[in-house]
Design a protein around this ligand. Structure first.
Ligand SMILES: [Zn+2]
Ligand SMILES: [Zn+2]
Length: 376
């Protein structure tokens, strides 16, 4: 790879050069390096040079491209324009006409510009893929299910079968490009191959378009599609439905439909991988004395033992109460975090009992024990 030189340097002008100065500099160099005006053994070198100065001229005389170049350098041009785009719209004609050059002189310079991206007549093109975001609940993700969705997409026209011509009529070879599908586009002394504007690169003209699709060969419609969703899907998983994307062109196959899963947030559970988490309140009495409580799972309520002396925020694991693994590797776990509730409304009887408890606790948590440990 060769490193591109600065356009201003190539033309030998400074950054504040006026359009007239740029033009003048280019003209001078163009005459010097025109491949037809140099000795045969210097031709190759002159061509490279000519290409370089012409590109610099094309960019620096186009306000938008110049701004882009001044701001971002070559990256601003090469990342944005193809070599055809760089030269499109450049006034080369004016530069040389003043010298009385015939158009033919620069005629074969086209090849200097690589002619990259020149396409032959268009053939079958596969249709685009479509994406559909499907919101499902955690309960739905917990088991395999079928969902029917409604999508808008293009399908191959059922009347002309994608041909575009009214059934019984024939297409005509395009007169403009003679069926080649491309034409030469001339800008001053430069020419580029472009898809034929008359036939849009198809090489054929439809004289009697199909009444169903107006000659497009495809029609837009809504389709109901039923998809099977395996158990355990999560946000970002996608299910491919072959051939349900956009219709292809000129006999190309349809694209695919990708149904992308988005899990709705749940009011009780949080999901992490195949595991699910929830918080469950327990009373102070159960926390202290132990007991059995009911906890929610995706498959309904289950009983869970709370050991005596359970502290708040303690998490218990319920084996295999999570979501099935989407690849069939077992099932995640359920996790229950207990939150010990502090009662806010108390009857006088309850208050009395708690005061009594407080007196007992006071002995256990006296200065002799807990505080002594902290502040000795
Ligand atoms: Zn049709
Ligand atoms: Zn044509």
């Amino acid at each position: 790879m060769t490193i591109k030189r600065d356009y201003y340097e190539v033309l030998g002008v400074n950054k504040n050069a006026s359009a007239a100065q740029i033009k003048q500099a280019y003209r001078k160099l163009a005459l010097q390096y025109h491949p037809d005006r140099v000795a045969p053994d210097k031709k190759k070198e002159a061509e490279e040079k000519f290409k370089e100065i012409s590109e610099a001229y094309a960019v620096l005389t186009d306000t938008q491209k110049k701004t882009q170049y001044d701001q971002f350098g070559h990256a601003g041009i090469d990342g944005r324009y193809t070599s055809e785009d760089i030269f499109r719209g450049t006034d080369f004609k004016g530069v040389f006409e003043e010298f009385g050059f015939g158009k033919g002189i620069f005629g074969d310079l086209f090849d200097l510009f690589g002619g990259g991206g020149v396409r032959r007549k268009r053939g079958p093109v596969r249709g685009a893929d479509l994406e559909y975001i499907l919101d499902i609940s955690l309960e739905e993700a917990n088991k395999s299910l079928e969902k029917t969705i409604n999508i808008y997409h293009t399908i191959t026209c059922p009347l002309c079968h994608g041909d575009g011509a009214k059934p019984g009529t024939k297409k005509k070879t395009c007169a403009k490009c003679k069926g080649a599908g491309q034409v030469r586009y001339t800008q001053g002394f430069f020419s580029f191959a472009q898809p034929c504007p008359q036939c849009k690169g198809r090489g054929e003209i439809i004289e009697s378009p199909c009444p169903e699709c107006n000659g497009r060969g495809k029609v837009r419609k809504s389709s109901k599609i039923t998809i099977k969703i395996p158990a355990g899907v999560n946000t970002g998983n996608s299910i491919r439905v072959r051939g349900k994307g956009e219709a292809g062109e000129l006999g190309g196959p349809s694209g695919d439909l990708y149904v992308v899963i988005k899990l709705k947030p749940h009011s009780v559970f949080e999901r992490d991988g195949d595991d699910i988490y929830c918080n469950v309140p327990i009373s102070f009495a159960v926390a202290a004395l132990g007991g059995e409580i009911h906890v929610p799972t995706l498959d309904g309520k289950v009983k869970m033992k709370i050991p005596p002396g359970t502290e708040t925020n303690k998490t218990f694991r319920l084996g295999s109460k999570g979501v099935p693994n989407v690849h069939g590797r077992g099932r995640g776990d359920g996790f229950v975090t207990v939150i010990v509730q502090v009662p806010s409304k108390l009857t006088s009887k309850e208050k009395e009992l708690i005061r009594e408890l407080n007196l007992l606790d006071g002995e256990n948590l006296s200065d002799e024990g807990f505080l002594k440990k902290m502040f000795k």
